[in-house]
Design a protein around this ligand. Structure first.
Ligand code: NAP
Length: 288
């Protein structure tokens, strides 16, 4: 069993840290809003630290899951950041969805200080975190990854090293590219079916068994048809992720015309008041 810390007890981090504790690891938590860390300790045991630095001191592995690049820099390199408390030979595992650039920057900073860094964004949403069945995409060094993987598996059903620092974030970008275009296609299909006067539930039931079937169709098709958008991953978060994707594509020369367009469609949804709606709400701008 390992001595670990978890920084950032949000929608994702709170249950992820709970799974670490449930698997028998010794867990210290830190959250910017201290009340949430105290609540976590009252529910799960363990210890709450006042700063990321204090949380990191004396740990073997430190996990983080905060908002974006700037938040991540703050909890790692900031005045009371975790990187000032990490011991030699320890591992920092970051589950934030962030840029490949910040992953490489933090990998270099960690190496200079004598510890390791793995970028490890996740997929599977709130339900995946609650149920401990996330998919984790990692970038970093193989021998370090081998030590971290069994601990990461406390809250995951799949975890894989995809290459050097930043490769986990690049893989998550591909994940989001694949989702964006697909959800728009699904939205257009359902919208078309309504205009054609068909029974959408019956349509989805039959076509989901064929080549058009997808996770999104299985899990979101029915609720998209009902105009219900309260299922986790928010439009604001998706726009953050797509901005990371489009920034990376500008650098590596990839052509992402559909992703860029769907990003603008999500901007429309934000203007309709859908910032916190889930990503299946693309259909709302067609049905309005
Ligand atoms: P969330 O509920 O908003 O939680 C964010 C957490 O980060 C909170 O604990 C927050 O502290 C902390 N935080 C933010 N900025 C900080 C800063 N500058 N300094 C210190 N702490 C800071 O977000 P989430 O849904 O858990 O998502 C976390 C990450 O996972 C994001 O990168 C997101 O894109 C990614 N992700 C989310 C999902 C999902 O379905 N939600 C799925 C896959 C990936 P406070 O409590 O003080 O605000």
């Amino acid at each position: 069993m390992a001595k670990v810390a978890f920084l950032g007890l949000g929608v994702m981090g709170y249950p992820m840290a709970r799974h670490l504790k449930a698997k028998g690891h010794e867990v210290t938590v830190y959250n910017r809003t201290a009340a949430k860390a105290e609540q976590w300790v009252s529910e799960n045991g363990g210890r709450a630290a006042k700063t990321p630095r204090e949380a990191a001191e004396g740990q073997e592995i430190v996990f983080a899951c905060v908002g974006n690049d700037d938040d991540l820099r703050q909890v790692t390199l900031g005045p009371d950041g975790a990187f000032h408390g990490m011991g030699k030979g320890t591992i920092f595992v970051d589950h934030t969805t962030a840029s490949a650039e910040v992953a490489r920057e933090l990998y270099a900073a960690a190496t200079e200080k004598g510890f390791a860094f793995i970028d490890a964004p996740v997929s599977g949403g709130q339900a995946g975190a609650e149920n401990g069945v996330l998919t984790v995409m990692c970038g970093g060094d193989a021998e370090i990854y081998a030590k971290a993987e069994p601990v990461i598996m406390s809250f995951a059903r799949a975890c894989r090293l995809l290459g050097s620092a930043g490769s986990g974030q690049l893989t998550k970008m591909i994940n989001q590219i694949c989702i964006a275009g697909l959800v728009q296609g699904l939205a257009e299909g359902i919208h078309f079916g309504k205009k054609a006067g068909l029974d959408i539930e019956a349509v989805l039931e039959v076509i989901s068994k064929g080549a058009a079937g997808s996770w999104q169709m299985e899990n979101r098709g029915k609720t998209m048809n009902q105009g219900k958008f309260d299922f986790g991953f928010a439009v604001d978060w998706m726009r953050k992720d797509l901005s990371i994707v489009l920034g990376e594509a500008r650098k590596n020369g990839a052509s992402l015309p559909v992703t860029a367009l769907v990003d603008q469609f999500y901007a429309d949804v934000q203007k309709m008041g859908g910032k916190r709606w889930d990503t299946s709400s693309l259909i709302a701008r067609l049905d309005k």
